[in-house]
Design a binder for this molecule. Sequence first.
Ligand code: G
Ligand code: MN
Length: 286
Amino acid sequence: MRTRRDCNVNDAKGEIQSDSWHGNLSIVATVRAALRDKRLLFAFQPVVWAATGEVDYFECLLRMREPEGGVVAGGAFISAIEQLGLIGFIDGYALKQTIEELSNSPKIRLGLNISSLTARDGRWLRSLISLMRNRPCLARRLIVEITETAALHDIEESARFVDALHHAGCRVALDDFGAGHTSLRQVRALAVDTVKVDRSLIQNIADCEEKRLMICELLALIKSFGVATVAEGVENAGDAAIVRATGFDYLQGYHLGRPTIERSWLGAVTDTAAAASAFGLGSAGG
Ligand code: G
Ligand code: MN
């Protein structure tokens, strides 16, 4: 079952509660209304090149705008929707929205999160294939992020899914590695392009030698498979310096850029300058 870290209902603003069957049903009604009223939207968070601070892609994170105007994180409703078997609707919607964003902005790449259940749902894959048919320039700008819980379910089935996404022309990332139980052997079997190392292994790394040693060894093993690596949850300059020195290819986290509903690429110069300055490269650098 997909467990996006922002699934913690306590993290979310608003009054959503998902601790009961009845609560889940009321969340479904709330989300259906949001879908109908076009109040489901994305926040975009940059994933940046470790070496330069330049944005490689923006990860799309689902948010729901409440009728009163507040914004609720996806996690507050996604697990309830999954539990009721309705995640196909949300992930289908997210796919179409992502493709629309990609068509509107030819210079950016976007990352789309999908539920473990969707990774096993042939309809979603068929929909992606048909939407991407004859549009290779869109497909190669899409990164599909799968959680390791999804990958764990059935490694051969997941590997076929990754293969199909590659055939369609997309990149594939394994999300939140280290938060669950995916083994390195399974990472290799999946043949993803990128492994995103979970923020629980990254946060406060500058203050924890044990974490540093562990990440060094883990990274060497992951890199031996020839995949790119993202450090998630980089929240301060100290942690950023350590993960860059360790050899991660990309960084993501509040220090590099928070998720924003505004499309920051529309002001890309400022964005790049901010990322560069977060790397201590100076405002004109990068
Ligand atoms: O599972 P995934 O990596 O897709 O989760 C993304 C979630 O992590 C989003 O809700 C996003 O707001 C949150 N997030 C992104 N960067 C950081 C960070 O630096 N620290 C913390 N605590 N959360 C983050
Ligand atoms: Mn993700």
